[in-house]
Write a protein that binds this ligand. Structure first.
Ligand code: G1P
Length: 357
């Protein structure tokens, strides 16, 4: 079976972070979101992977993943161009998948338990498609399925006003090539997109059966800044200690901490895991790094209290402040104005930034 990762989205809800880089490379515990999808496919035995790319951030994604060799997979890049919806993106994979069944994975989703069970359970003789589901609190934000008394899927609706269940499509699908004619016959939805949800509904309308699989471990879509911070917390919950850098004083660290090569935690610093620190980063002697924080590569952090936050990399964070639940973009700096006259905070804030002081 082949795998198709949909990575064509523009990341508009993740601005300003996505002004300078694609959302698919936003790091969660110092690993790009998209790499989690590649790992899950590979762990499910799928190494022939097509990545559907939009116009935005294409080069950066290709440069990072290359031909996939370093990640144990074989990657084919397929350009979608303008993102016209998930069904359009899946349609772009037609030549790549040929006449085999294939897995589709939304590139900004994270799933704790991976996809192996869902993929292994899929029965292409009985079903036209398989879908991953999970119960959600706000069903009108998702694609929702309706089921009969035997849990057979009888209908799907994208973001219903009046949801029949709270069982949401979580962005993992197994398709047979029978999906392609259905995609071709779609019209844009109310939000102007070709909806994969409607293509699956068209299979049901033809009398075909859809296999459902309720996924039990957590699942997180990383569409908005708050989601990235939340996903980071979820991933760090499973972090293993791995010290490749220098810890001047072991007393500095409690809990599980990952420290990349060339990084240093100076004597006097306090790091309370779970915390992930990238490569080439200095945690100074007056820094406090609290639980559920990821600090990126090549950064300097000192005189500051950072907790439950994600900093993407090449940051200078030396403000005399407590920073919590924050997402800090590449090359951003937060320094101290202490001693400067007139006293006060000084900002250079880019478009779509948000500051809560
Ligand atoms: C998409 C799908 C929706 C699914 C969701 C999962 O929504 O259209 O059916 O429930 O992903 O993340 P979107 O992220 O485009 O709003």
């Amino acid at each position: 079976m082949k795998g198709v990762i949909l990575a064509g989205g523009t990341g508009s809800r993740l601005r300003p972070i996505t002004h300078t880089g694609p959302k698919q490379l936003v790091p969660i515990a110092n690993k790009p979101v998209l790499e989690y999808a590649i790992d899950d496919l590979r762990d499910a035995g799928i190494t022939d992977i097509g990545i559907i790319l939009g116009n935005k951030g294409r080069d950066a994604i290709q440069q990072y993943f290359g031909d996939g060799d370093d990640f144990g997979v074989d990657i084919t890049y397929i350009v979608q161009g303008e993102p016209l919806g998930l069904a359009h993106a899946v349609g772009c994979a037609r030549d790549f998948v040929g006449d085999e069944s294939f897995v589709v994975y939304l590139g900004d989703d994270l799933m704790r338990e991976g996809i192996t069970e869902l993929v292994e359970d899929f029965d292409a003789d009985e079903y036209a498609a398989g879908i991953g589901l999970q119960e959600v609190d706000e069903p009108s934000r998702y694609g929702i399925v309706d089921v009969d008394e035997n849990d057979n899927v009888v209908g799907l609706t994208e973001k219903p006003d009046d949801p029949p269940t709270n069982l949401a499509l979580i962005g993992i699908y197994v398709f047979t090539p029978d999906i392609f004619p259905k995609i071709e016959s779609l019209e844009p939805s109310w939000r102007g997109e070709l909806e994969i949800t409607e293509a699956i509904q068209a299979l049901i309308d033809d009398g075909r059966r859809i296999q459902s699989h309720v996924v039990h471990g957590w699942w997180k879509d990383t569409g908005k800044p708050g989601d990235v911070v939340h996903a980071n917390r979820l991933v760090l919950d499973d972090l293993q200690t791995d010290i490749r850098g220098t810890v001047e004083d072991d007393e500095s660290i409690t809990g599980r901490v990952e420290l990349g090569e060339g990084s240093i935690i100076e004597e006097g610093a306090v790091v309370r895991g779970p915390v992930s620190i990238g490569e080439g980063t200095r945690i100074g002697s007056n820094a406090y790094i609290g639980p559920y924080t990821s600090i990126g590569d090549d950064s300097e952090v000192d005189n500051v209290h950072v907790e439950s936050s994600v900093t993407i990399g090449e940051n200078v964070i030396t403000a005399d402040r407590t920073i919590i639940d924050s997402l800090i973009g590449r090359e951003a700096s937060i320094t101290s104005s202490k001693g400067r006259r007139p006293a006060g905070d000084r900002f250079v804030v880019g478009q779509n930034s948000s500051l809560e002081l």
